[in-house]
Design a protein around this ligand. Sequence first.
Ligand code: SF4
Length: 483
Amino acid sequence: MLLDARLLLFYQRCNRRAFLDVYEDPSRQDQASDYLHKLMRDSWEHHQTVLNEWNYHQIKYIREDWQAGADATRELMLQGVDCIHKGVLLYPDDRGVTLLSRPDLLVKCSTSTVPEKSDLGAWSYIPHQIKLGKRPKLDYQIVAAFHAWVLAQVQGLMPETSILILRGRSDYQVNLAKLQDRFLQTLNACIQMLLSRTEPEVFISRQRCNLCRWYSSCYATAKSELHLSLLAGVSQSRYDDLQTLGLTTTESLSAVDPAVLEPVWSRPIAQQLVLQAKSTLTGKALVKSDLTLLPVAPVEIYFDIEAEPQLHLDYLLGLLVVDRSSGTDRFYPLLAEQPADEQLIWEQFLELVWRYPSAPIFHFYDYEVKTVRRLARLYQTAAPQWEPLITRLEDVHQLVTQGAILPVESYSLKSIARWVGFEWRDSDASGAQSLYWYDQWQKTGDRAFCEAIVRYNEDDCRATQRVKDWLWTFLREKDLNVG
Ligand code: SF4
């Protein structure tokens, strides 16, 4: 069995993923999304940009003939070439697993920096990994330690460090001595899991499972098991605590007295979890508190943003203006067709929201508030033009979570709006997909991509309106004794 850096990286993020990658039929994976393709292409382009700055010897071998690759790599290392790209390092672990390392670059250490002799001679190598990310995340560092460790077995000397070449940052030197125990624990646990062939339990976590191609398969498993990870608010650590308390099903959690949970969590969290289980079991919304301050106005604005976080760019400010007195609405998509147009759409946004100076501006989550502050600072907007907007911004997510408990798996806009009956025109549209469309618009100039972004953004604004309207009706009509 082969264990490579990719498998070790996935193992750290989700042990089940590493297991499925080795033992499950790959045809059961989801298709890679457009956004995942974009990330892979961005990563490849970044690799090429970095590699253009290096003079290297490239190892050539028939794909997956790792032994041939390892032999060719060792040959170049023995010759003492300065830099090797696509090197292959193999180390057969005595438990029947072969460790396969393919560092992006192997860079020769000058004699003065090599305190000891390696098996190669008066030189040795240091592994370098090219990363699209900007931060030296722990899982990157563990993988960097993996390359260093396999290299040490091949050259007979542990490298002083392992380098992460990060995007837009100076190279990061991994402290191998500090990381050694953690790395070995991770490696050994991964090997043990693979050799035991025991499938790790499913645990659906929105963040972690987001881009994973086993998602449909895992989600179906979790659904069939009525797994507690599908209950909103149950994180991995809360799940572990619930197991310890013997609460392993939604039924058992719904029937428990919240006081039983209070040694572990605060009263509000304990009550929230029990009510969440009750709501999920019955399929009904429960009132949490009476929000008498839910704003309703003759004119309301619904606001949603499309952004490219890597570029610190907000490329679409979408505003749905709803005139309740006339029963009409109009959607304004303020799109930065080029990134340089961000200031222009910010000014258009200010002009539009000040046409309705008493209209509350509804949005979902806090990104819109942060963005108003960011754009005001960036474009040096006078305080009277933007500061009063902050008090007009109303977070519908906050209003919903304060006022109600819903039978949804998460309190995302998609999840809640779908539960109240709203559907997006493009069923697989998402923020990530919007990023892909914007990237394609920039590259191809095809307006169909702009139209898709605008359609998605408009639907987000309309979904926010539907959720807010639902909450207003629900709180008004519902018996408020629950909760
Ligand atoms: S979908 Fe989630 S639980 Fe399943 S393998 Fe992927 S990350 Fe792990």
